[in-house]
Design a protein around this ligand. Structure first.
Ligand SMILES: [Zn+2]
Length: 288
């Protein structure tokens, strides 16, 4: 089904994610953050450039994922590119990865401090502004109403035009990878927060009592999607992606992610109708 058209225009004002003005919190439907990617998502038969005619930004983008380093694997090239193009990118980490070590000398508290610092370094490499930690327990994330409410709260605070999150339908990949349950839970809770809870006035009235008005997210990109339908060219930002991954030193150890990550990005570029040497892929939604 074609994405809806409209006549809105993008704001060219810069903004602070923590202090949006009333004008900036007004939804701007149709203002695709990445018009080339949105064009790719148009079904056959749509006039060429239909989505490309939409204003391209600047937009507020929120990346909402389960663990430190998830976003770097999923979408760091896209994040670096969109940030460099003037979009305001924030990260929301649902856990701080407090189970992500087999070292018996490391406590969960120490690991949280290490991994949050690594995530901040990665964000600095990519040009990400706000970094929010919800500090849910790693490895036991459940997409319940409490988690949904917490994500709605942060969506209403950050007021993103665009959300990038994980694909909750990916249970496994090939015969070698069982998707982490936290990744599925994060995707499920985030999609349920985007629609309908963040936009509906009477859902979670306690948030309204906190002064948090409803907010409509206009675009959703599912990273690591089972059935991707858009590709973002990251040829210019693959180095930033690699640098951001290396910032997660506690997880990389002696392993250098370069060969594997370049291989994945080349494979995605080969599927990208717009070409390019490296790409990241997504399942794309443009919401009314
Ligand atoms: Zn993860």
């Amino acid at each position: 089904m074609p994405a809806p058209e409209d006549q809105s225009t993008a704001s060219t004002a810069s903004h602070d994610a923590t202090q949006p003005t009333a004008e900036e919190t007004t939804s701007r439907p149709g203002a695709a953050v990445d018009s080339v990617a949105a064009d790719v998502a148009e079904p056959d038969g749509t006039p060429a450039g239909a989505a490309g005619d939409l204003p391209a930004g600047p937009k507020r983008v929120a990346v909402i994922v389960a663990h430190p380093d998830d976003a770097e694997f999923l979408c760091a090239g896209t994040v670096a590119r969109w940030a460099s193009e003037g979009n305001d990118v924030s990260y929301v980490l649902l856990t701080s990865g407090d189970k992500g070590s087999s070292d018996p000398a490391v406590t969960p508290e120490q690991l949280v401090a290490t991994r949050e610092a690594e995530q901040r370094t990665a964000c600095d490499v990519l040009g990400v502004g706000a970094l929010v930690f919800l500090r849910r327990s790693d490895a036991t994330l459940v997409p319940d109403l409490d988690l949904r409410r917490d994500i709605v709260r942060v969506i209403r605070q950050l007021r993103p035009d665009v959300v990038i999150c994980q694909d909750p339908t990916v249970r496994w990949v090939d015969q070698s990878y069982l998707n982490h349950p936290d990744h599925r839970a994060a995707g499920e809770a985030t999609l349920d927060a985007v629609y309908p809870a963040a936009r509906d006035r009477m859902t979670f009235p306690e948030l309204l009592a906190e002064g948090l008005e409803p907010h409509k997210v206009r675009e959703v990109y599912l990273g690591g999607a089972k059935e991707p339908d858009v590709w973002v060219d990251i040829t210019e930002t693959i180095e930033a992606k690699l640098a951001s991954l290396r910032a997660h030193a506690s997880q990389m150890g002696d392993w250098d992610p370069e060969e594997m990550v370049r291989g994945w990005a080349r494979d995605e570029a080969a599927r990208n109708p717009a070409g390019g040497e490296y790409a990241e892929s997504y399942k794309y939604f443009k919401l009314d």
